[in-house]
Write a protein that binds this ligand. Structure first.
Ligand code: NAI
Length: 318
């Protein structure tokens, strides 16, 4: 196939690739010619224990199909060591899929410090550590593709997952900033919000949904997002069972409130105008760039202040 998406010569590091979604990414990249680092600590779903078997099995699978792969058994908390495995084995790192994850679900009042810290250490700090270790190499070669794995629990919240939600939305923030800082070095960073049957979702996703959201259907989207021909960066993509859609922030119509002559508004003015703050009746406005937002805000504030001062001078101000 002439226009096949190939990854020959590219080195891909997939964290938590010993099972579930990570395994599918590793297999998919390897089948497209990439050299793959299969990182997995091999612990249980709550972050306990470790075992080299999970990563080894995926490496064997890739090699048996003629692909190139090495295993790495470090925790993502040891980001430098994980990235060093890629450098030692293949001499570079081009693509990083931050995927490793655990769950320690508890309703908010019952969350222990350990439940909070472990989830943050693996998801948010782990992604930070591995990405920071890969960053200077990507900068130097002026090429990098990074994926952060978020979750609907992060974007929308979910009962019993306060620790996980906070870490998962933190990853979107990290991804957004890396897409900005990475742009001049040709480093792209996107977030994904997957849904897939795996040991993490066993008992959470209903059985009939589990059957149709197999993790292998997510992998092609991640592979495309990481191909050199894909221009996307700073995006958030929801992926499930072959379905995909971009997610974005939107802003309601909003209002600028000033008291007499441009003074600070009263809480009563805020109450009386709240429907304008939450007015979604017009076309939804995209909210995606803090530079544009500030320029627009300055314009609106200036305009409203002038109107308020003018109204006061005419004696018509409320
Ligand atoms: P999984 O449990 O099958 O895979 C996660 C892998 O990460 C495991 O193989 C585990 O050993 C590894 N891991 C855990 N802690 C690690 C550490 N400290 N260092 C290195 N490896 C570690 O689960 P699944 O579902 O494939 O999850 C993959 C990612 O997708 C996770 O970040 C998860 O939070 C996220 N996700 C999954 C969803 C789903 O529907 N399956 C939904 C939303 C997000």
């Amino acid at each position: 196939m002439a226009d096949e998406l190939r990854f020959d010569g590219r080195v891909v590091l997939v964290t938590g690739a010993g099972g579930g979604l990570g395994r599918e990414y590793a297999l998919a990249f390897a089948s497209k010619g990439a050299s793959v680092v299969v990182n997995d600590l091999g612990g249980d779903a709550k972050g306990g224990g470790k075992n080299s078997a999970a990563a080894d099995k995926v490496v064997e699978e890739i090699r048996s199909q003629g692909g190139r792969a090495v295993a790495d058994y470090h925790s993502v908390e040891d980001g430098e060591k994980v990235v060093q495995t890629a450098l030692d084995a293949f001499g570079r790192i081009d693509i990083l899929i931050n995927n490793a994850g655990i769950l320690r679900d508890r309703s908010f009042g019952r969350i222990s410090d350990l439940d909070w810290d472990l989830v943050h250490r693996v998801h948010l700090r782990g992604a930070f550590k591995v990405t920071r270790a890969a960053w200077p190499h990507m900068r130097k070669q002026k090429y990098g593709k990074i994926i952060m794995t978020s979750s609907t629990s992060g974007v929308l919240g979910n009962f019993g997952q306060a620790n996980y939600s906070a870490a998962k939305l933190g990853l979107v923030g990290l991804s957004n900033t890396l897409s900005i800082e990475g742009s001049k070095y040709n480093i792209h960073c996107n977030s994904i919000v997957p849904l897939a049957s795996s040991r993490l979702t066993q008992g959470i996703i209903p059985p009939d949904v589990m059957d149709v959201v197999k993790p292998e259907y997510v992998a092609p989207y991640v592979v495309y997002l990481c191909h050199e021909s894909c221009p996307e960066t700073g995006g958030v993509f929801q992926l499930a069972g072959g379905w995909a859609a971009e997610l974005r922030w939107h802003q309601a119509a909003g209002v600028v409130l000033f008291g007499k002559g441009g003074q600070v508004p009263t809480p009563e003015m805020v109450r009386d105008n709240w429907d304008k703050v939450t007015d979604w009746s017009g076309p939804a406005k995209e909210f995606s760039n803090s530079g544009n937002f500030m320029a627009e805000l300055l314009g609106k504030l200036q305009e409203a202040k002038e109107a308020s001062v003018l109204a006061e001078s005419k004696g018509t101000s409320s």
